[in-house]
Design a protein around this ligand. Structure first.
Ligand SMILES: *Cc1c(COP(=O)(O)O)cnc(C)c1O
Length: 453
């Protein structure tokens, strides 16, 4: 019987994160100051982020040491298992070998803690007392709540109102770890009040919640803001997963032909793929990476490569990215973590340069894949992660059709045990697909052309 799972021990947790910028031929374009439209001066960011995170954001160093305190905390659940999905392979009757890195085993249930802990650590180190953030379905808010509790920081979470009302369990998790959770848009900020004055029943969006969290942090010198995806330093922290997986694939005696991650802002995708993409960039190794995004929020496949804001109101720096436009209102799909209008700048540049393929997954296909995975491998995947699984199944079916074996690695970014109401709707046949016309996409994306002259 072949080995099913590949386990490392604590000493194998990486000692440095991998920064792919060092190996990129075309470096990402610089972020712009939203007022002057000139390249950002690092000090422009100091009201928002602490200095060590700003340095990481702009760094071109290949390896950045993981602080001992953070590595010690990673030991709570890292290294995470790499598992051969033999049950899924059998059900698909495919010659493909399928492996997954299980990031759902973290105490918060997703990969997000990989960045929440270092972010809280660097803030604490600089003497910050208070963090602010936003959250959609609550995965990032939950991770940062635990991280802030560990480092003794206060945390305000602006949670998208529709999720706050419909999905109480992650709000309760955040409150259990000691965070203050507010439904966004709120009347606590100028940004929130502006939206409520126009539309008192506004159910919120990630972009609005970011505006509120940034505003709250900037007004308090003892506070900073924290983001759970998109930015270079977040992506950097997530590489811990791919670096472990690299060693584990070696233990399995295989090298992946394809590496797949689901895609919201790009953090878990980059975390699993960049350590492998590094071999393509530096040694020309033949490897394919695929971002699995929802058909209803197709920034990488149908968005524009333009400078855009990270939030709705326009408080953040302008970032060069594939975007559907900061006004884009994604459909209310259950994969809350994938409902974001833009992609991180590093991923966007790599996509532009042809290093990243994209699969657009309809919602029903994602849940069908999630259910098959649950039935064959046991773990019920997060609605976000089901997109990666659907993409894996497409490749595995193609391998079967062509009679060509291949090795696939994907990131199981989280488990779905807090998202069972989504599965309930799926099982009851109440779930639907949301596809977008070119016209719908053009409306918010065309507005971008005037942002930067
Ligand atoms: C937040 C989240 C995502 C999407 O965010 P990325 O930054 O694109 O990784 C995916 N999966 C899970 C489980 C999440 O919580």
């Amino acid at each position: 019987m072949a080995t099913k799972k590949f386990l490392l021990n604590e000493n194998d947790i990486p000692t440095a994160w991998y920064n792919i910028v060092a190996d990129m031929v075309n470096k990402p374009l610089p972020p712009l100051n939203p007022a002057t439209k000139q390249p950002l001066n690092p000090t422009d960011l100091e009201p928002i982020f602490v200095r060590e995170l700003i340095d990481q954001e702009l760094s071109q160093e290949r390896w950045i040491d993981i602080p001992d305190e953070v590595r010690e905390l990673y030991k709570i659940w890292r290294p995470t298992p790499l598992v051969r999905a033999t049950g899924l392979e059998k059900a698909l009757d495919t010659p493909a070998h399928i492996y997954f890195k299980n990031e759902g085993v973290s105490p918060v249930g997703s990969h997000k803690l990989n960045s929440a802990l270092p972010q809280a650590y660097y803030n604490k180190k600089q003497g910050i007392k208070h963090l602010t953030t936003e959250t959609g379905a609550g995965q990032w808010g939950a991770a940062l709540s635990f991280a802030c509790s560990v480092f003794g920081l206060d945390l305000d979470v602006f949670m998208v109102k529709v999720s706050y009302n419909q999905k109480p369990y992650r709000r309760i998790m955040m409150q259990t770890w000691g965070a203050q959770v507010v439904a966004s848009p709120s009347d606590l900020t100028e940004a929130g009040r502006k939206i409520l004055a126009r539309d008192s029943h506004n159910s919120g969006s990630l972009g609005i919640a970011i505006s509120e969290a940034v505003e709250k942090a900037v007004l308090d010198p003892g506070a900073r803001y924290s983001l759970g995806s998109v930015l270079n330093h977040v992506i950097l922290h997530q590489t811990v997963a791919g670096l472990e997986a690299e060693k584990q694939m070696e233990m399995a005696g295989e090298y992946p032909d394809v590496v797949i991650g689901c895609f919201g802002g790009g953090s878990n995708f980059s975390g699993i793929t960049f350590p492998f993409l590094r071999h393509k960039l530096s040694e020309g190794k033949d490897i394919r990476v695929i971002a699995a995004e929802p058909e209803s929020c197709p920034k990488l496949s149908r968005g524009k490569f333009e400078y855009d804001f990270g939030d709705t109101v326009g408080l953040t720096p302008l970032l060069p990215m594939y975007t559907l436009g900061h006004d884009f209102q994604p459909a209310d799909i259950h994969a809350g973590g994938l409902r974001y209008h833009g992609a991180g700048t590093i991923v966007s540049q790599l996509r532009k340069d042809g290093y990243i393929d994209v699969d657009d997954i309809p919602q029903l296909e994602s849940f069908e894949a999630g259910r098959l995975f649950a039935k064959t491998e046991g773990t019920i995947p997060a609605p976000e992660s089901t997109h990666a699984i659907a993409s894996v199944i497409r490749i595995a079916n193609k391998a079967k059709e062509e009679g060509k074996p291949c090795t696939i690695l994907f990131n199981l970014s989280g488990h779905g045990l807090i998202d069972m109401s989504a599965y309930d709707q799926f099982l009851a046949g109440k779930m639907k697909n949301y596809s977008l016309s070119d016209k719908e996409i053009a409306i918010s994306a065309n507005a971008l052309e005037h942002l930067v002259p």
